[in-house]
Ligand binder design. Structure first.
Ligand code: 6A9
Length: 768
């Protein structure tokens, strides 16, 4: 019996990591229950494509290339957003998250404008129409050929079918189909203006939705028109393989290609079979009219929410602001699949349960998937624009909490998402946290949307509350330090000799320098502040729900007690807040040749001095600011004065373009972490923490205290510097970026990065 019990207990421990928190899900309505958000641009990682909020949705999408530039190696076919495509720019210029969108893509001076409009009707999410027009800047590429491919695809082995409709000349006239979610439908393609040089199609079986581009590349052919010697690249037509028993299989991938001369424009209209009382078609002039109507409503709402016109911003600044909002909204994706997770009890990675995720993404090109702490920042902008969308996003994320109260940091769901992630980053480990930024979002919602919440969304908070309690509890028990009221990020590697300073991916600040020798004595000031802040918001929510719980209030009081905070984290040497741990600054990377003479030289860390238990105070930076940015410092505390004084010191963090992440005088400033890992959070200017800093200066300039005036000055300057630089770099490069250099404000990292960098709009609008 003892052995049997032991086995079942082990089995129990093994399964906890991928056991859902509860069977009662927060997302109770999705798919067809929310018809106006059924169809959308939910494929964040493609330049243009629509699908539905359905685990096995039909997908549609766009590819294009310039025939004379399609190289031997076939590069030049555009499909997924890739930095290597080196487009001049691409972004949603308008997108309301529900009805319509307008995107501009500039590829070597050719401008592809992709727009879409949806129309409700019937029982399956209604109709939509999309337009793709190609023009060129100053007409410089007019007359040049471009090939546009528009496709429809469906996973194999799901219920439903699609079929190519061919006209007399074996040309594709349209696609029809029937799926469980969509019922019957037809998709037609019309020319709006310009002439068609060549028109071909492909109907085939694609082995997966992650290899649609490859499938197209395999099926390109060279053809001639009768009586001409001009070569055309065409699609190979009917390429449907036979199944083993000799029958024809069903196509699951149908693409039409239209080659035309710039300028020209095509229209794709999707009509739902269940929409039977349609008075007119959403095409031609009707389309123009519908698009205009939505654009007007969008403009009005934009001004009502952000008030940039009345604040006196110039037209081009407002256009930029609409672009950052629209990109945040327009790159919200719908993913379905299961993450790979691991705990100390599993022998290796195991699959999480299959689930959907509705979420914004940091970057359409580089990171087209959900990230936990990024999403809490995205939530600020999204809830300012459309609260319902944000609450739905929060519900989806909290449905991904396991029975332990853990939510994985990175969500890699489905084939398309997985294809973008190197193997070593896939597995998520259940001891690892990521800042609980959803408390920022919830705080923001309570502050700015109080009426709406009390009127309509009380139930949302009521449903969410048990999960929030469990989540909070997970942080407050698994992330604690060795002595009371201290906290420690897990997931640092204490055994490596490859890194100058072992990374802390869990904190979100990756290579930001911490104690050089990770061990249980470490205490992390940022994490302690996150927990204090979370306790504060938990208390607010419990009050709002009339379920006051002293526990949260007490935890908040305890963790925000300034004298205790100062005892644990105020360095008496530098008079700054700091981590504490086993540390030395005397480390460096050196290339060494291992004793065996034939071994390759490798770069390792050399420790020149024994580490001691001390404050990690030689590295002033974002981490040192946490008691300030999460507004835990008392307004009359001398520490506040010192933090403000340090903020404006150009040898530390202050630059004309925003606050750099790490002080210029830090021994780790701009240092590589390994031979190949360039500095990331070691100097560059990041928007998320700058936003929080601006927000804190705003806060301290609005409450009484001796440093009020000081805070107000910094508020004004920091805000102005950030807005100016991000706007300037956008004008210069066409993109919004992951971070910015601290000398010239030059853009760095991945792009477009319209995740938290888009918070620049909240700075413009002064919404905190
Ligand atoms: C790498 C390489 C195609 C790093 O914005 C998402 C995260 C942040 O949460 C984090 O704070 N970024 C920041 O330090 C990007 C993380 C990408 C990790 C996976 C895969 C993809 O190559």
């Amino acid at each position: 019996i003892a052995i049997a019990t032991w086995f079942s207990y082990r089995g129990y421990l093994e399964t906890r990591v991928n056991t859902p928190y509860d069977v009662n899900k927060l997302v109770t309505a999705s798919g067809l229950d929310v018809p106006d958000r059924y169809w959308g641009t939910y494929r964040s990682g493609v330049y243009f494509g629509l699908k539905t909020r359905d685990p096995h949705s039909l997908v549609t999408g766009l590819m294009w290339y310039f025939p004379h530039l399609l190289r031997q190696d076939r590069s030049g076919l555009r499909h997924w957003c890739e930095q290597n495509d080196r487009l001049d720019r691409y972004a949603w210029m308008e997108h309301d998250g529900r009805n319509f969108g307008v995107q501009e893509i500039v590829d070597n001076s050719a401008i592809l404008t992709t727009t879409f409009v949806k129309r409700p009707g019937g029982k399956h999410g209604g109709d939509w129409t999309a337009r793709i027009s190609v023009t060129s800047e100053d007409k410089i590429r007019d007359g040049e050929e471009i090939s546009l491919l528009f496709y429809t695809a469906i996973e194999e082995n799901v219920k439903g079918w699609i079929k190519a409709n061919l006209g007399n000349e074996k040309q594709l006239t349209g696609v029809e189909g029937n799926t469980q979610g969509l019922g019957s439908f037809i998709i037609n393609l019309n020319m709006i203006h310009g002439t068609v040089e060549e028109h071909s199609f492909l109907a085939t079986v694609a082995p997966g939705l992650n290899v649609l581009k490859e499938t197209v590349l395999h099926n390109l052919r060279i053809a001639f028109h009768t009586g001409s010697t001009k070569e055309y690249i065409v699609l190979a037509g009917d390429q449907i393989p036979l199944s083993i028993d000799g029958k024809k299989r069903d196509a699951n991938f149908i693409a039409t290609q239209i080659t035309g001369k710039i300028p020209f424009e095509i229209e794709i209209s999707y009509e739902s079979g269940s929409f039977i009382n349609r008075v007119d078609k959403l095409t031609g002039q009707n389309y123009d009219h519908a698009l205009k109507t939505h654009q007007k409503l969008f403009d009005e709402k934009f001004e009502k929410v952000f008030k940039l016109k009345s604040k006196g911003y110039a037209e081009e600044e407002i256009e930029f602001a609409k672009m950052v909002l629209s990109n945040m909204i327009g790159s919200i994706g719908y993913f379905y699949g299961s993450s790979q997770v691991q705990s100390q009890y599993t022998k290796g990675p195991v699959p999480y349960w299959k689930a959907p995720l509705y979420t914004a993404v940091p970057s359409r090109s580089f990171f087209p998937r959900g990230f936990l702490w990024d999403e809490g920042f995205h939530g600020l902008l999204i809830s300012a624009w459309d609260l319902e969308i944000e609450l739905d996003i929060i519900n989806h994320w909290f449905d991904l909490m396991n029975v332990e109260g853990w939510i994985p940091r990175e969500m890699i769901l489905g084939q398309e998402a997985l294809a973008k992630v190197p193997d070593e980053f896939v597995t998520q480990v259940n001891t690892n946290a990521n800042p609980p930024t959803f408390f920022l979002t919830l705080h923001f919602i309570l502050k700015h949307k109080q009426e709406e919440v009390l009127e309509k969304h009380f139930q949302f908070f009521d449903n969410l509350y048990p999960r929030l309690q469990t989540w909070f509890n997970w942080f407050n028990t698994t992330q604690t330090g060795d002595i009371p009221s201290t906290y420690r990020w897990r997931g640092r590697d204490g055994t490596t000799n490859k890194e100058l300073n072992p990374k802390t991916l869990t904190s979100g600040l990756d290579d930001y320098p911490r104690a050089s020798h990770p061990n249980i004595d470490e205490r992390h000031v940022d994490l302690r502040c996150w927990i204090a802040f979370a306790a504060h918001i938990m208390h607010q929510i419990s009050e709002m729900l009339n379920q006051p719980n002293n526990k949260y209030q007490e935890t908040y009081r305890y963790l925000s007690d300034n004298s205790l905070l100062n005892k644990l984290h105020w360095s008496p040497n530098t008079h700054t807040y700091a981590d504490f741990g086993l540390h030395t600054d005397k480390v460096l990377l050196r290339k060494v040749t291992p004793p065996k003479s034939h071994a390759q030289p490798e770069t390792v860390r050399v420790v020149m001095e024994d580490p001691t238990l001390r404050y990690v105070d030689s590295s002033f930076g974002y981490v040192s600011l946490f008691p300030f940015i999460l507004q835990i410092i008392d307004a009359d505390s001398p520490q506040l004065g010192k933090v403000l004084q340090d903020l404006t010191n150009p040898d530390l963090l202050w630059t004309k373009h925003g606050l750099r992440s790490l002080a210029k005088i830090s021994p780790f400033y701009m240092k590589y972490n390994t031979e190949h890992d360039a500095p990331y959070w070691r100097g560059a200017i990041w928007m998320n923490l700058n936003y929080l800093t601006v927000r804190a200066t705003h806060y301290y300039s609005n409450i009484d205290g001796p440093y009020k005036e000081e805070a107000r000055k910094i508020y004004q300057n920091l805000r102005k510097n950030l807005i100016q630089n991000i706007f300037k770099q956008y004008k210069k490069t066409g993109y919004v970026w992951e971070n910015y250099g601290d000398f010239h404000g030059e853009p760095k990292g991945s792009h477009p990065f319209t995740g938290w960098t888009s918070l620049v709009l909240l700075l413009m609008a002064e919404i905190y």
